[in-house]
Ligand binder design. Structure first.
Ligand code: PRP
Length: 193
């Protein structure tokens, strides 16, 4: 989502640089100072008020449940969190599910079977069923290509995700006017498109 997030920020602060290929992780425009954090670390930076605002996927907000304010959904980074597996379901005493999203898996699927075992993987979770380490996976699907190429199908959509603008709780109080102004601009921008 980096490119889309930066294009979005440039609408709000046209002074921001155009070229992000220099690997700089911190840079300033006239209105915003930007940090390029990894998605899984971003809510922490916002919770700790290293940044007043953050742009991150709804999947990570739901997974981490950090103390931040979710302000508005943004129209990019669309994907779905799904339960997927091979087309044929087996009757299993214990169902094994591989995922990066262990909290979401537990929250959405614990009561689905008598016994589930969640296996935490850090990426390429489609390998779980292929290498027989799990029966299913819980993962994001965007185009569906990765599932298809690996012989897997969607069993259930758990929720839809997109980029979200989040705020630090104190910033939302102390910089309320600035933040509400930004929100108004965002709404206006996307209303007209
Ligand atoms: C994500 C996700 C799927 C894939 C889905 O992986 O975890 O593997 O993209 O996209 P698709 O539906 O368009 O094929 P990512 O590329 O972030 O790498 P990862 O598997 O290492 O997390």
């Amino acid at each position: 989502m980096l490119e889309q997030a930066l294009n979005f920020l440039k609408i709000l602060d046209p002074s921001l640089e155009n070229d992000y290929s220099n690997r700089k992780l911190r840079f300033k425009g006239e209105r915003f100072e930007i940090f390029l954090a990894k998605p899984w670390d971003l809510p922490l930076y916002v919770e700790e008020r290293v940044a007043d605002l953050g742009i991150v996927g709804r999947d990570i907000i739901i997974e981490q449940e950090r103390k931040v304010v979710s302000l508005i959904k943004l129209p990019f980074g669309y994907c779905k969190m799904v339960l997927a597996g091979f087309p044929d379901d087996k009757n299993l005493e214990e169902v094994k599910i591989a995922s990066k999203y262990v909290n979401i898996t537990s929250k959405y699927l614990t009561n689905r079977w008598n016994k589930i075992k969640i296996i935490k993987l850090n990426g390429s979770v489609e390998l779980g069923p292929i290498l027989n380490i799990s029966d299913y996976i819980v993962d994001l699907v965007e185009t569906g290509r990765t599932l298809k190429e690996n012989g897997l199908v969607v069993k259930e959509i758990l929720f839809e995700s997109s980029a979200c603008l989040i705020a630090n709780i104190s910033s939302y109080v102390w910089k309320r006017k600035e933040i509400l102004d930004i929100l108004k601009e965002v709404e206006k921008t996307y209303e007209n498109n």
